[in-house]
Design a protein around this ligand. Structure first.
Ligand code: SF4
Length: 389
């Protein structure tokens, strides 16, 4: 089983906190870019088939069964339905799909309308992810979003009247000038619409973004760490009580509505990313594409791979990755299996550290699984580093 990620880098405006591979949307760029992605998909599929032929003459193609396709960005809803369709058709021609495939599509609220949704449903999309972020005008303004609260409410009502019953709403917290009461209102209003999934992201300030270059925002971030924690802990508890169970640091869903692509990546399964900045993971090798559209297209035109980096993960890197991904998930990581798989043993220092985490209410044992509580998840990266023997 594997997943596919298709990256659409176009956005109508660029949000000041965004560190993704994005560029201002220009409809005239779509065709060239999509043509590039089609070439990349064809060539990657051919390469996989070649590899399989070399390894086993009997088993030609079809070994990789797609379980999930995620169309993200950027803003995929900048594309027209025929543009999205051509990409899905190309994937389908090259890689067999599981009958139960999940095809997720990210949308900006101002792009949601009944015709567009029915077009998406017709070409096989069966899950939507709505970049709502907040129901407060001032918060949307601060985030530099191009949609309004009215757009967001309208988008939700259109989705509610469509055939899509599997949909995610993104919410953000820890935003400058966003008070706790405002954030609570956001979560409460979101729950009234009964989304099957909520992704809750704390604002991260990245270097080389307008927010990252703004000393006032940096200062605000440092001065509000306690508020950040309070918001997160309140929301994890509130969402759980409302019937959306947490399955990962930032993700909450109704039972059986977990994001398939998320689960696949976190459980160490293979995925192939296409388009600028997209990452892939196949047989212990990870690679990432160049971020510039021009360079990406040049590579594909010259029959070279548009990769910016490629790395064969060492056993140690794989061990860290498994630990990190396991700790991010609520079901935790089976420490016994992890140790056996990588030939590692937690030493006295690490066991003592785990004991302290449990004593602090940041972790607990569920059989052989070490799980982090929401309080522990706030420190997941630091805990991962400390636990590596
Ligand atoms: S819409 Fe999303 S991807 Fe586009 S700039 Fe804003 S945060 Fe980045």
């Amino acid at each position: 089983m594997a997943g596919i990620y298709l990256h659409i880098p176009f956005c109508r405006t660029i949000c000041p906190f965004c560190s993704f591979t994005v560029r201002r949307d220009q409809a005239k760029m779509h065709e060239k870019y999509i043509q590039g992605m089609l070439v990349e998909i064809d060539r990657r599929a051919e390469m996989l088939k070649d590899k399989e032929r070399q390894e086993n003459e009997e088993k030609l193609s079809g070994q990789i069964l797609l379980k999930s396709i995620y169309i993200g960005g950027g803003t995929p809803s900048c594309l027209t339905i025929p543009e999205v369709s051509v990409l899905l058709t190309k994937v389908r021609e090259n890689l067999p799909w599981s009958d139960q495939i999940e095809i997720s599509f990210e949308m900006n609220p101002d792009d949601v309308n009944p015709e567009y949704l029915s077009g998406l449903a017709d070409i096989g999309v069966n899950r939507l992810s709505l970049g709502g972020q907040s129901f407060q005008s001032s918060t949307l303004h601060k985030l530099g979003r191009c949609h309004t609260v009215a757009d967001l409410r309208n988008a939700i009502s259109v989705i509610a009247n469509s055939s899509f019953d599997n949909w995610n709403l993104d919410l953000m917290f820890g935003i400058p000038e966003q008070g706790i009461a405002m954030f609570k209102n956001d979560v409460e209003e979101a729950l009234r619409y009964e989304p099957s999934h909520i992704s809750l992201y704390g604002l991260e300030i990245h270097e080389r973004t307008p927010f990252g270059n703004n000393p006032q925002i940096r200062k605000w971030e440092l001065e509000h760490l306690d508020q950040f924690e309070e918001m997160y802990l309140w929301a994890t508890d509130y969402l759980e009580k409302a019937g959306l169970f947490q399955y990962e640091i930032s993700n909450f869903s109704k039972k059986t509505n977990e994001g398939r692509q998320n689960l696949l990546v976190w459980s160490g399964q293979e995925y192939f990313g296409f388009g600028v900045g997209a990452h892939s993971y196949h047989r212990g090798t990870r690679w990432g594409n160049v971020r510039s559209i021009r360079t990406y297209l040049q590579h594909l035109g010259q029959n070279t791979w548009p990769t910016e980096f490629i790395e064969q993960l060492s056993e140690k890197q794989l061990a860290v990755e498994f630990l990190m991904l396991g700790l991010r998930q609520c079901e935790g990581i089976n420490i016994k299996e992890w140790q056996a798989r990588f030939g590692l043993h937690l030493q006295y220092q690490q066991l003592k550290f785990v004991q302290e985490l449990c004593g602090d209410g940041r972790a607990f044992w569920e059989g052989q699984h070490l799980c982090l509580t929401p309080k522990g998840m706030l420190l997941a990266d630091r805990i991962t580093v400390q636990l590596m023997p």
